[in-house]
Design a binder for this molecule. Structure first.
Ligand code: SF4
Length: 545
């Protein structure tokens, strides 16, 4: 019998396993969300995998280590210290600062002492066009030291001994802490099978990448790496079918991804849902589009939608169970299903509210549709607009036009739907004129924009649709990479270059400030943004008391 089966206390036949599970459950599978990841909703991915594994006869539970107030306090102090080095607070969702924190967290997880961490910070901070200051570096060092001390305490509070498998849902911003956690578990409990999966394998550690090879070669305490959607792959691992493989991916499913009708409702019962403002569900996986910079289709494969009745049922049932009517739709875009979903929700008098991603496409300029969506509970749309230059949109393969985007913003705003807009500055070949067109557009349409967040373009050699079109180099010097292990990449001789990208980021931020457009980082920002929006667009539903 397969060793993992023996540990789990389950026979190899899954059907027998279900019967066995109900009578005499074996050791369990523990799914962990390590910090940091914006704690907007309870962790959706591991909550779905939990239900999926249990339906197949296994015992599973979830642990969210990403909601500890002390850890988040350290994060805020870290970014506040870094921000003191910039002249302005950028509308970039802290994206530059995350790269610095990631490098520091990785260095520390890999055993670097304070002197080495300081050296890394002195090198990495200026790469993001931030001047460094020794006083600030002295502030940053104990924050990350204390982060790991606190994480150590949180890990020690968990009874891991009755787990047969521990898996992490890992993102780029939680890679260092995930490595730390799995190493500690393996050292203390060598019998536990350790698994890493999650969004980090969509781009940073995508299949074929140097970074994935680094993980495979330099972190022997990770028994299995799951690249791609976790339900079927983790199930096959714990059933023993793939237990001989260190790296498992969608290729091991022979093209048989789990159909959306078989993706179960997430089980959030292991989480304290009071920590999160929204619940979460997904209406689809992947995307019917192929924007050049995006990793969605590479991560999820073919586009699939959940049957609408099932999605509406799940929203109603989760809202009742958790006494929370508000949802974040955790998929890439709602456009292909929002009309039938809205009809179902209205028909049922579901009384839910939801927020999610929409593409700025023609149907979103239809007032009848948008009114229906708003009536059904849509209160916020997140729009990946990226650029208002027709030329750059074409380069990105966005398949939309500035005039359509303008009409989308107007139509949504007229119904009071909050328009959170995301922009990419410094896309390869974006000229000053292209950027000026984007700024002019923002100025012209700012009253229909609820929130503005701009990210400097970031390139990955694998995972993005257009990754292989460019030649790249490792951005950090070798003495940094030798410590943090994972590489950060830049396109060779790209125009605009990094400095120009960061200059444009400052320009767009200054413009947003001039126009009163927020990037919401705090509760105070949120209330201010609400007040502005409700004055501009009286149909906006009140969502914060
Ligand atoms: S950017 Fe949005 S629309 Fe484009 S491929 Fe990605 S998810 Fe799809």
């Amino acid at each position: 019998m397969n060793e993992m089966y023996q540990i789990l206390g389950l026979p190899e036949d899954v059907q027998t396993a279900e019967a066995s599970h109900s009578r005499e459950p074996g050791k369990r599978i523990t799914l962990v969300k390590p910090p940091y990841f914006a704690p907007l909703t309870p962790p959706l991915g591991i909550a779905i995998i939990k239900t999926f594994l249990e339906r197949n006869g296994f015992r599973a539970h979830c642990i969210d280590l990403n909601v500890d107030p002390d850890l988040w306090g350290m994060h805020h102090n870290y970014f506040a210290a870094l921000q003191s080095l910039e002249d302005i607070s950028l509308n970039d969702g802290y994206s530059k600062l995350w790269w610095i924190l990631n490098a520091h967290l990785l260095a520390k997880a890999n055993g670097a002492d304070s002197q080495v961490c300081k050296k890394i910070l002195r090198t990495v901070i200026p790469i993001f066009d931030i001047r460094f200051d020794e006083n600030v570096i002295r502030t940053l060092i104990p924050l990350v030291d204390n982060f790991y001390k606190r994480l150590d305490v949180l890990i020690d509070r968990v009874n891991w001994a009755d787990s047969a498998v521990v898996g992490t849902s890992t993102y780029t911003t939680s890679l260092g802490p995930s490595l730390f956690l799995l190493k500690k578990i393996k050292e203390k409990h060598p019998h536990i099978t350790t698994v890493m999966g999650g969004g980090v394998f969509a781009d940073d550690l995508a299949l074929g990448s140097d970074n994935l090879n680094t993980l495979i070669n330099e972190y022997p305490w990770i028994d299995h790496i799951v690249v791609g959607e976790g339900e079927a792959l983790l199930l096959k691992l714990v059933q023993g079918e793939l237990a001989h493989k260190r790296l498992v991916s969608i290729a091991d499913l022979s093209g048989k991804v789990v159909p959306m009708q078989d993706i179960p409702i997430p089980d959030f019962s292991d989480f304290n849902t009071n920590y999160y403002s929204l619940l979460s569900l997904e209406g689809a996986r992947s995307c019917p589009f192929q924007c050049n910079f995006c990793s969605e289709t590479i991560q999820w494969g073919e586009y699939r939608k959940k049957p609408i009745d099932r999605l509406a049922d799940q929203m109603v049932s989760l809202a009742a169970k958790h006494h929370n009517q508000a949802f974040f739709m955790g998929d890439s875009l709602m456009n292909p299903y929002i009309n039938p979903l809205a009809e179902k929700l209205v028909e049922r008098g579901a009384n839910v509210r939801y927020d999610g991603y929409l593409r700025a496409d023609k149907p979103v300029t239809n007032t009848g549709f948008v009114k229906l969506w708003s009536d059904s509970g849509l209160f916020r749309a997140r729009l990946g607009i990226e650029s208002a230059s027709a030329r750059v949109l074409e380069l990105m393969n966005k398949q939309t036009a500035p005039s359509t985007i303008a009409a989308v913003l107007e139509t949504l705003a007229a119904q009071g739907v909050r328009t959170t807009t995301y922009w990419i500055v410094g896309f390869p070949e974006e000229t000053e004129e292209d950027f000026a067109e984007t700024c002019d557009f923002i100025r012209e349409h700012h009253k229909n924009i609820y929130e503005l967040e701009a990210h400097p373009y970031h390139y990955y050699p694998y995972g993005q649709v257009a990754s292989r079109q460019y030649q790249s180099y490792s951005l950090y010097p070798d003495d940094v990479t030798d410590v943090i292990k994972f590489r950060v990449w830049e396109i060779i001789e790209v125009k605009p270059d990094r400095l120009e990208r960061y200059k444009r980021l400052r320009q767009i931020t200054a413009l947003a400030a001039e126009l009163g457009l927020p990037n919401i980082y705090s509760v105070t920002d949120r209330y201010r943004a609400e007040e502005r929006w409700r004055q501009l667009h009286p149909l906006a539903t009140k969502i914060y008391q």
